[in-house]
Design a protein around this ligand. Structure first.
Ligand code: ARG
Length: 246
């Protein structure tokens, strides 16, 4: 340090340092979010985000380490170092962006609703669900829960820990509508024909992004350039087609 009392400024502490020294890229997500991250019967993780995460780890020359985390605690898990990145279909919202850094949008979508066949026969579109007689469900801490409160303030709302528990309420007729991300709803409806009806008109705009700890510009720069690369070299499209167009 000099007479002025200044000290040598250390290079910012980047997650990259830990990733390279451990040889592991630890990725947080919450399995059960179709088709982004699912758990197979033999306990493997598969899906769009999982394939991208594996490719990302490979690009860094390290091992992909899955960290399956409850959605409710996923930002704290990142903040406390249980993982290096959240790659789990996370919507870039202003509220979350005050706590984490997001790399550039990797996918755009919006909220839709799954309703029972009875409700589908009663309503013209999603707007009619804003009525005290309708029982809505969504997952705690998601953009679906936020959208349910914002767009259907007059309806009843019940929140559940997982998307599976939430959507089951509608399938079993215990709730009228499930507010959630379009890709999930489209696939769930395709897999449960006759059980639920998908109103596929998205009523929000939701960009998804990879989340990392604040101040980590080194990792952010890596991720944004990596994203451009995979979008231009065919990697992104190949993985996208595998999970969304099959
Ligand atoms: N996109 C929604 C959000 O950002 C839901 C994501 C839920 N992801 C999950 N793995 N369960 O809140």
């Amino acid at each position: 340090s000099s007479v002025l009392g200044s000290t040598v400024v250390n290079a910012a502490n980047s997650a990259i340092d830990g990733i390279m020294s451990s040889g592991e890229l630890k990725v947080c997500f919450e399995a059960g979010y179709i088709p982004f991250e699912m758990k197979t019967k033999d306990d493997r993780f598969i899906g769009f985000d999982i394939d991208i995460s594996k490719h990302m780890a490979h690009a860094m020359g390290v091992k992909f380490v899955p960290v399956n985390t409850a959605w409710d605690g996923i930002i704290p898990a990142l903040q406390t170092g249980k993982c290096d990145i959240i790659n789990g279909g996370m919507g870039i919202t202003p509220e979350r962006n005050l706590k984490v850094l997001f790399a550039d949008t990797y996918l755009e979508m919006g909220q839709t609703v799954l309703v029972t066949p009875e409700v589908a026969a009663q309503i013209k579109d999603y707007r009619d669900l804003n009525d005290p007689k309708y029982r809505l469900v969504s997952q705690i801490g998601t953009t679906g829960a936020i959208a349910a409160k914002k767009y259907f303030p007059n309806a009843q709302l019940n929140l559940f820990e997982t998307s599976a528990d939430s959507v089951l309420q509608v399938k079993n007729g215990k709730a009228d509508a499930f507010v959630y991300d379009l890709p999930y709803n489209a696939m769930y409806a395709a897999q449960n024909k006759g059980g639920v009806v998908h109103l596929d008109q998205a009523f929000t705009y939701e960009p998804l992004g990879w989340a990392i700890r604040q101040d980590d510009v080194n990792f952010l720069n890596f991720l944004n350039n990596y994203l451009v690369q995979i979008k231009k070299d065919g990697t992104y499209d190949r993985i996208y087609d595998k999970w969304f167009n099959s």
